[in-house]
Structure formats: structure tokens, C-alpha cells
Design a protein around this ligand. Structure first.
Ligand code: ADQ
Length: 764
């Protein structure tokens, strides 16, 4: 991998994970050496480490052993000692008996034991202390995964000079499940010690930000969490965002091209008896991977006669995992029992329909297996990402093979051209397996090409650039402020446009006429505490400008702000259609168009009087409340409580205002920390329909973040694309996490339509 050298800006990189990325091998003569160990974490970060070099702190794999630091290739390995009891309580107990099942949708019942938690804390502290000792001044420390969630805060306390990044390789649970954890607040606080927290999927990052707001009250502005000042620490920000992990696509593809690997794949098929169909499963033997469901489906297909055991072989590779944890021992017994039963019932002499391999293989052998497989079954009940699916896709440069993929794997977000299945639905799973086994070559080719493209588009270099880019930005911000005070949210270099949106945007880009409409605050302009300080992201401004200039596109801005309030932000809207005050104001249509879209006339006398009376009453009742801001608008007024110090009081004030407004016969509209009162009932949905009627027919792309934008999502048709920005319930079909990603969507559309590339640091 090239171009990685600059990713840390010359700072030392310190990796921290439960296990060091190596296994000890003892040869026949009793000599010890180390080799890199299989597993998702290593596969993903190995190429980064190889090109950057690093210090790596972690456990070497055997209990009670004290080892001196040692070097392998570009890595300086620093072993952390774990006793037999540590392994039992911290690793097998809290990590794998509590957190793992809880974070994987409670597929197995999590257990909560105070003794486990105590040891988890102690071991996390030991890791933090080791890192604090070895990290050089100003280093970047990258902490991995659920076993070490307390390390970021512990480390920050010990070494405030470090830039701390955390990456969660497994899902983050929805708030209502996380709530079960007796030590939930401590875990959240532990993680918030980091400057950047990376997740696999948007849903994970959103769940985490909601959990943070719930347990710490630190607000999230888009993907940036604002940690308020305390007695001993200044305010700072934490970036919590998805960075879907990937693989070194080209290195897998290169292995798959080697003639001896292709020959090995041929031999594997031959050894299996040259069946018509080879199916493959590759997993750690873990109950989250859905192996039981998969075997059940295969067994039933054999029993139903839908799969012929004389021409189909299913190879299940299951690497040994956590063998001392009860649930894993039980799973192994069950799987091995099923394999025996299925082969007993359906096998013949010299031919077993199920081949079960319970061990690790070299990378070469894995790739040969991928090449030998007509169908790969990746059907976890829940999985952070699943790299096996990505590896298969890039190895199949011959455009053959079918990927059956669970919708509950993070990879399903990107690999839309797989046969997606719900693994709990055994009938659906069976249907997908049969369909895969009989998929015409042309369809295989089409799907496999797109799958490969998806992995290459976000391969590990892209992932690392996004993640380490954000970490480096945090490190630079820290350096700029020696006291550590960071008040501006960190700008992320790469915002990921979700795959489903990319597909829809691609389709829109090709159409002759298009209306691109967007809300302003919280959508293309990050929320700030004083409305007059809000600014459109330069990338969004530039993308909208480029789109407006490209033929057939009209840009419309639909905001709740009054037009004069919008002007304060300096947004350049020449040539755009702009609607203010939730549709009550409308400018930018030419005379002929405006004829098709009549705007409301000026206020009648009665309306003016009503408005004046309400305004007086609001000023009298709420005008002197600290933090309350009343904004007078052409057709009504808005009450903002963003600066009210106590959130509960803010809620009460808003509720009181609504009662008063309704009593005065005003139309009330709810927004985030704002209530709008208007003498006219207009909404953004109605105004969008008006604008639409005035322009040539064509689909609409609309982006919005607030409750009032739901009025627009409600009136969109099947050919339109609605994108909700940020968390919260919505009727929109798509979602992006924050304004930066919204800007990335607009930039993508601009690029597809005009070929002009608008980077994330677009000049304004
Ligand atoms: P894992 O649960 O380990 O990782 P996965 O993403 O599938 O799952 O990674 C497995 C890796 O191990 C692949 O690179 C695969 O080739 C390799 N592997 C598996 N079995 C093997 C065997 N028998 N011999 C040799 N190699 C084998 C966790 C999360 C995932 C997340 C990764 C990375 O659970 O959801 O994708 O981390 O973040």
C-alpha cells in the first residue's frame, strides 16, 4: 500500500489490542518463533502497520507469562501480562460473556457479574499504564475493540499529550439493549476519553451518539460530541463516526491470480470429487456467525431432495475460538453432532455432502478455497462487518461465484449485489441457497463485477485514509491548542456516502431534468449555538453551484428561517429558488414560473393585528427568560431555546409557548429547540409542491434534518429521493449521519453529472 506514510504526520503510531497480532510457533526442535495470527482485526490493519511501522501493546497469548518486548518486521511488540484469573474474569467473563453477546443483539444471554467487571477495569488500567510508559510524546494511540473500552479515558488521564483513537470492530448495540449494562455510564465515559471513535456502520455510530446524550448529556452536533468543560479539563470534541473496515483488495486479488493457487483450487475440487456445486462457509466458530442455521437449511434441502448429495458438497471451515467459554464449547459440540448426523443420513461411501474443517489455514489456502467455491455462504445473525465476504468478492476476478450474505452483517451495507438473506428465516435461506446454486452465469458475472467494484471502492487504503485522516486532524487541532482546548468540531477528510444512496444518486445524475432541494440548518450547515453564526459547508455550496450551472438542474433551498435570517449566514443563493419561513416566503422563480406557483399575498389587517398581539404576549411572558430568543418573522415568530442552560427548563418553556400559541389560534410547528408560530398554515411540503408545479417535470432530491422537513418527505413520490440527515424518526427512505456526509452526497451528484470533482476541502 502506498501513500500511507503521511497518515500520522510523522507521529509514532501505537496499536493497542487485547491480543498481540501474532501466535507463537514451536518447531520440532523446540525453537520458538512468531507468526501473524488469523482473525478480522489482523487482516484489516496488517497492511497499514506494514507500511507505517508501529509499537503494538497486547497480550501474547499464554497465561501468567512475562515476556520482554520484541520486534517482528516493522512492529515493536510490547506484551501485557495476563494471569489465569485475568483471562477467566476479564476476557472470557466480561469481554466474551457480557459484552460480546450484549453487543451482538443478545443472541446469547449476557451475564452480569460484578467480579468480572472489577477485573475488566483492572486489566484495562494495566493496558493503559503500559501504553503510557512506552508511547512517545505526542504519539497517536489506536485502541482496538470491546475488550478495552475503558482504556481511552484512563490513558487521557495519564498522558494528555497523546491523540487517542478507538475503533469498535463489532456492532454498537441499540440504546435500549445497552441500557441493560449495569456499568453503562462508565463504559461510555471510558470511550469518550478518545478523540476519534470509529464504528463499522452508520447505525452503530448513531446508536452510540444517542447513548452518549442519554447518559452524559454531552450533546452531539452531527457526528461530533461536545464534551463540556469541567473543573480540571477544558471543553473538547470527540468525533464518533462510521468508518466501514475493509481489506487489502489488491493483495488478495494478486494471490488469486497466482497459477499455483489456481491449480490448488482445481485440486481442492478434484479432492472433493468434482461435484457440480461447491458451497463454502468460513467463520470463527462463534454463535453469532449463524452456522447452526446454515447447517439446518442445508440439511433440510438434502432431506427435501432439493439438493442432490451426489453433486453438491458444502465445505464449512470453522476456526477454533474461545474454546473455554461454555457457549462456545456447546456450539462446537452441536455443530460437530450435526455434521456427523447429516453425513450419516445423506453420505455414501467415499462421498460426504458436508466437509467440516475445524482449524486455521494459510492465506494462500483460504484464497484457493474461495476460488474453488461456486457459492459462499456468509450468514451471521449479527456481525460488525465480515471480511470473508469482501475477500471472496475480490478473489473472483473470473466473475464467477455467488455470495449469499446476511442483512445483519455490516458488509451488507456495501455489498448490495449479494443475495441478501435474513438468516433467521430458514425457508428464505433455503430459497437463496438453491437460487445461488442455479444462478445463470450471466447474472453471476453482473453481480460479481459490482461486488468487486464495491470492495475496491472502499478498500483498506480508503478506510485507513478516512479514519487516520480524522485522527491526524484531531492530533493537529491538539497541537494548535497546547492547552488541549479544541472548540471547533474536527472536520473529517472523507465522508462515506452509503452504498444505497450512491446507487440512487447515480440514477438521478443521468436524468435530463432534476430539482435538488435542501434544508439549511443541520443539513448543509452544521448546527451552532447562535443561528447567525451558521455557515453552509463550502463543499455543499460549491456542489450546489456546480449543479445549478449544469443544464436541467434547479436548486431550491427550503428553510424555516426568514429570508433575512438566511441572508445573515452569507449563503450564496443567486439563481436558486429560496423559500423562507417554512414556505411563507418564496423567491427565485422567474415571472413565468412564479405564475404557476402563486405565493401567499401580504398579511391581511386581521392577520397583522393577531400577529402583533401574539408577539406582545410572547415578549412579555418569555422575553426576559435567560437564553430564550424570540425571532420575528414575516408571518409569525419563533422561540429558540438553544441557549437556555438547563435542558429541562428549555423543554418546559417550549411547552408553555405552545399552549399560549395554540390558545391564540396560531399554527404551531416543532423544531429542534425551537417552536414556530405562524398566522398562516404553510409548510415546506406544500411549498415544494408549488415549486415543482412551476418547473419542468422531473424527480426531486431532498435533504433535511428536522421535524419540519418531514412535511417534504411526506409529499415525495417513488422516483424522488429523500435523505434524512442525522438521527431521529423519519419517513425519508435514506439517511446520512451528518451535514458533512450530506455535502458528500451533493458533491457526488455534481461529479457524476458534470465530471467536476469537489473534494472535502473545497474552497468556499
Ligand atoms: P471476526 O469475527 O474474526 O472479526 P471476519 O470479519 O469474518 O470476522 O474476519 C475473519 C478473518 O479471519 C478473515 O480475514 C478470514 O479470512 C480469516 N479467517 C477466518 N477463518 C480462518 C481460518 N480457518 N484460517 C485462516 N483464516 C481465517 C471481527 C468482527 C467482524 C469484523 C472484523 C474486522 O467480528 O465483524 O469484520 O473484526 O473489523
Amino acid at each position: 500500500m502506498t501513500g500511507m506514510q503521511d497518515m500520522t504526520g510523522g507521529r509514532e503510531l501505537v496499536m493497542v489490542s487485547n491480543r498481540l497480532p501474532v501466535d507463537r510457533v514451536v518447531d520440532e526442535a523446540g525453537n520458538t518463533s512468531w507468526r501473524t495470527s488469523p482473525g478480522g482485526l489482523v487482516t484489516a490493519v496488517e497492511p497499514i502497520v506494514q507500511s507505517l511501522g508501529c509499537v503494538w501493546v497486547g497480550w501474547a497469548g499464554s497465561a501468567g507469562e512475562r515476556l520482554d518486548p520484541f520486534d517482528i518486521d516493522t512492529m515493536h511488540l510490547v506484551p501485557v501480562e495476563l494471569s489465569e484469573e485475568d483471562i477467566e474474569l476479564y476476557y472470557e467473563g466480561f469481554s466474551n460473556g457480557t459484552l460480546w453477546p450484549l453487543y451482538h443483539d443478545v443472541i446469547a444471554q449476557p451475564e452480569y457479574h460484578r467480579e468480572w467487571w472489577d477485573r475488566y477495569r483492572k486489566v484495562n488500567r494495566r493496558f493503559a499504564e503500559h501504553v503510557a510508559e512506552v508511547a512517545s510524546e505526542g504519539a497517536i494511540v489506536w485502541v482496538h475493540d470491546y475488550q478495552l473500552q475503558l482504556v481511552p479515558a484512563m490513558l487521557r488521564e495519564l498522558r494528555p499529550d497523546l491523540t487517542i483513537a478507538f475503533f469498535l470492530h463489532i456492532p454498537f448495540p441499540p440504546s435500549r439493549l445497552f441500557a441493560q449494562l449495569p456499568w453503562r455510564r462508565k463504559i461510555v465515559e471510558g470511550l469518550l476519553g478518545a478523540d476519534v471513535i470509529g464504528f463499522q456502520q452508520t447505525t452503530d455510530a448513531v446508536a452510540f451518539r444517542l447513548t452518549v446524550e442519554r447518559y452524559t448529556r454531552a450533546p452531539a452536533l452531527g457526528n461530533t460530541i461536545m464534551i463540556p468543560e469541567t473543573a480540571d479539563a477544558p471543553s473538547r470534541t470527540v468525533l464518533a463516526q462510521e468508518f466501514p473496515i475493509s481489506i487489502d483488495a489488491e493483495s488478495f486479488a494478486a494471490t488469486a491470480r497466482r497459477p499455483e493457487i489456481i491449480e490448488r483450487a482445481r485440486r481442492i475440487r478434484e479432492d472433493l470429487g468434482d461435484p457440480r456445486t461447491v458451497m463454502l462457509g468460513v467463520d470463527r466458530l462463534d454463535y453469532t456467525k449463524g452456522i447452526r442455521h446454515r447447517l439446518k437449511a442445508f440439511d433440510e434441502l438434502l432431506a427435501d431432495g432439493e439438493i442432490d448429495p451426489t453433486d453438491t458438497v458444502f465445505v464449512q471451515v470453522a476456526s477454533p475460538s474461545r474454546e473455554r467459554v461454555d457457549a462456545y464449547r456447546q456450539l462446537r459440540d452441536e455443530v460437530e453432532g450435526t455434521v456427523g448426523r447429516v453425513n450419516g443420513a445423506h453420505g455414501t461411501i467415499g462421498r460426504a455432502p458436508l466437509v467440516y474443517l475445524h482449524r486455521g489455514f494459510s492465506r494462500d489456502e483460504m484464497v484457493a478455497l474461495y476460488l474453488a467455491a461456486d457459492v459462499l455462504l456468509v450468514t451471521p445473525l449479527r456481525d460488525g462487518m465480515n471480511l470473508v465476504a469482501k475477500e471472496y468478492a475480490v478473489c473472483r476476478a473470473d466473475d464467477r461465484g455467488v455470495l449469499v450474505l446476511s442483512e445483519f452483517a455490516g458488509a451488507a451495507d456495501e455489498l448490495r449485489d449479494a443475495l441478501l438473506v435474513n438468516p433467521h428465516d430458514i425457508e428464505g435461506l433455503k430459497a437463496a441457497i438453491v437460487r445461488a446454486a442455479h444462478m445463470p452465469e450471466e447474472e453471476q458475472r453482473r453481480r460479481m463485477r459490482r461486488l468487486r467494484r464495491a470492495v475496491y471502492d472502499n478498500d483498506v487504503a480508503h478506510w485507513a485514509a478516512g479514519y487516520l485522516g480524522a485522527v491526524q486532524a484531531a492530533a493537529e487541532a491538539k497541537q494548535a491548542e497546547p492547552g488541549g482546548l479544541v472548540t471547533e468540531p474536527v472536520q473529517v477528510m472523507t465522508s462515506f456516502v452509503p452504498r444505497s444512496i450512491e446507487d440512487r444518486v447515480r440514477r438521478l445524475a443521468a436524468l435530463p431534468s432534476l430539482l435538488i432541494a435542501t434544508d439549511f440548518d443541520g443539513t448543509v450547515a452544521p448546527i451552532v449555538s447562535r443561528p447567525q453564526d451558521a455557515r453552509i459547508l463550502s463543499r455543499a455550496q460549491r456542489a450546489l453551484d456546480v449543479l445549478q450551472e449544469s443544464g436541467g438542474v434547479r436548486v431550491a433551498l427550503l428553510t424555516g428561517r426568514s429570508l433575512s435570517g438566511l441572508a445573515e449566514t452569507g449563503v450564496r443563493s443567486e439563481g436558486w429558488v429560496v423559500s423562507g419561513s417554512h414556505g411563507s416566503e418564496l423567491v427565485g422563480l422567474d415571472a413565468a414560473e412564479a405564475g404557476q406557483a402563486p405565493v401567499d399575498g401580504p398579511l391581511t389587517d386581521a392577520e397583522q393585528q393577531a400577529l402583533a398581539r401574539v408577539t406582545r404576549r410572547f415578549e412579555r411572558i418569555f422575553g426576559s427568560e435567560p437564553g430564550v430568543r424570540l425571532e420575528i418573522k414575516p408571518f409569525g415568530l419563533a422561540m429558540h431555546t438553544r441557549e437556555v442552560p438547563d435542558p429541562e427548563q428549555a423543554e418546559e418553556l417550549l411547552a408553555a409557548a405552545v399552549v399560549l400559541g395554540e390558545a391564540e389560534g396560531m399554527h404551531v410547528r416543532e423544531g429542534k429547540m425551537v417552536r414556530e408560530f405562524s398566522v398562516r398554515s404553510s409548510d415546506k411540503g406544500t411549498v415544494l409542491q408549488r415549486i415543482r408545479a412551476a418547473l419542468p417535470a422531473g424527480p426531486v432530491l431532498f435533504l433535511g434534518d428536522d421535524v419540519t422537513d418531514e412535511d417534504v418527505f411526506r409529499v415525495l413520490g417513488p422516483d424522488d429521493v429523500g435523505i434524512k440527515v442525522g438521527p431521529g424518526e423519519t419517513r425519508a427512505g435514506e439517511r446520512v449521519p451528518d451535514p458533512h456526509t450530506a455535502a458528500a452526497v451533493l458533491a457526488l451528484l455534481a461529479e457524476l453529472r458534470t465530471g467536476i470533482v469537489i473534494g472535502s476541502s473545497a474552497p468556499s
